[in-house]
Structures are given as C-alpha cells and as structure tokens.
Design a protein. Structure first.
Ligand SMILES: CC(C)(COP(=O)(O)OP(=O)(O)OC[C@H]1O[C@@H](n2cnc3c(N)ncnc32)[C@H](O)[C@@H]1OP(=O)(O)O)[C@@H](O)C(=O)NCCC(=O)NCCS
Length: 143
C-alpha cells in the first residue's frame, strides 16, 4: 500500500529542529540554523511541507512580490520518497498561488521536474552572495 503523503502550508506547528536534522541526514542542508529555517519559511510568500505521518519528507517555497515575480527555492524530497510525484505536487501547490506572475528558479539537476510543469530554460541566471553566507541578523535568537 502506498503511504499517504500530506501537504501542509500552515507553518504553525513545524518542528524546525526536525527539518534541520532530516536535511542534514539527506545531505541537503545549506547551513541554516533551525531558527534561520523558520525565518526563511515564514518570510516566504508561500510554502509547502510534505509529511509522511508526522515526519517531514519534502519542502518547497516561493518568494514573491504578489504581483509579477516569484522565485522558487528549497525544493527537496527525502531520498527514499523520490520519484513518487511529491516535488511535482508541492510545486503545483505553489504555482496555483502565483496566477499572472513570472516564476523563476535555478536548477542544476532534475530539469524535467520543471519542464513537465511548463517551465522553459531561460538564460542566464546570475548570482552573488553579499558578504558571508548566512551571516546576518537572522542569527539573532528572536525570530
Ligand atoms: C529534485 C527532487 C526535488 C525531485 O523530487 P521528486 O519528489 O523525486 O520529484 P517527482 O517525483 O515529482 O519527479 C517528477 C519528474 O521529474 C523528473 N525528475 C525527478 N527527479 C529527477 C532526477 N533526479 N533526474 C532527472 N529527472 C528527474 C522526472 O521526469 C520525474 O518523473 P518520473 O519519476 O515519472 O520520471 C529530489 O530529487 C531532490 O530533493 N533532490 C535533491 C535536492 C534538489 O536537487 N532539489 C532541486 C533544486 S533545483
């Protein structure tokens, strides 16, 4: 029997420590503390967290001005749950909240995940880290 996966956008009861741990275990941790994870999700336009039972097994979120531009980040499915459509479902939940907007994202693998949802390659992405990665006032304990 296929395990039921739940998709939640309400961030009220998220265990950010658990999210940090599972990202570390799955080698998709980018260094954020649990507090920084919480702040980055709470400051997003929309987020989706996928659960198997009470366990976090996927994330996706979008930054947006609510008018014309959205940027999708933190798309991740726990390794043992991949290729079951979970990332596609999370992306669909975000996309349906972005009517009329241009969505951009950066992908270095699994390009078909996005092309199957209608994304087209759009050169050229440019990026820069200002100062030192994650070193800013998000490290303050008060979120
Ligand atoms: C990329 C990732 C989010 C995909 O999650 P997923 O839940 O397995 O994705 P889905 O099951 O919705 O995949 C849908 C389709 O996308 C494509 N796809 C997914 N993963 C792929 C991969 N690793 N390589 C190539 N195509 C892939 C396939 O066409 C797939 O359809 P199929 O399974 O019928 O062949 C997951 O592999 C992951 O977390 N990887 C590590 C983190 C990462 O790279 N995130 C993306 C940052 S841009």
């Amino acid at each position: 029997m296929t395990e039921e996966i739940q998709y939640k956008s309400d961030l009220k009861n998220v265990d950010w420590q658990e999210m940090k741990q599972i990202l570390e275990i799955d080698r998709f941790d980018n260094g954020r503390t649990p507090q920084q994870l919480q702040k980055s999700f709470e400051n997003s336009y929309a987020s989706v967290i996928a659960y198997a039972g009470s366990n976090i097994i996927g994330t996706a979120r979008v930054l947006s001005d609510g008018v014309c531009n959205g940027y999708i980040v933190d798309v991740w499915t726990l390794t043992q749950y991949r290729r079951q459509g979970i990332a596609s479902n999370m992306l669909k939940i975000l996309i349906e909240q972005l009517e009329g907007q241009h969505i951009y994202l950066f992908a270095d693998e699994a390009i078909d995940l996005y092309t199957k949802l209608g994304f087209k390659p759009q050169p050229t992405g440019l990026g820069k880290v200002v100062g030192e990665w994650l070193q800013n006032d998000s490290l303050d304990s008060s979120v």
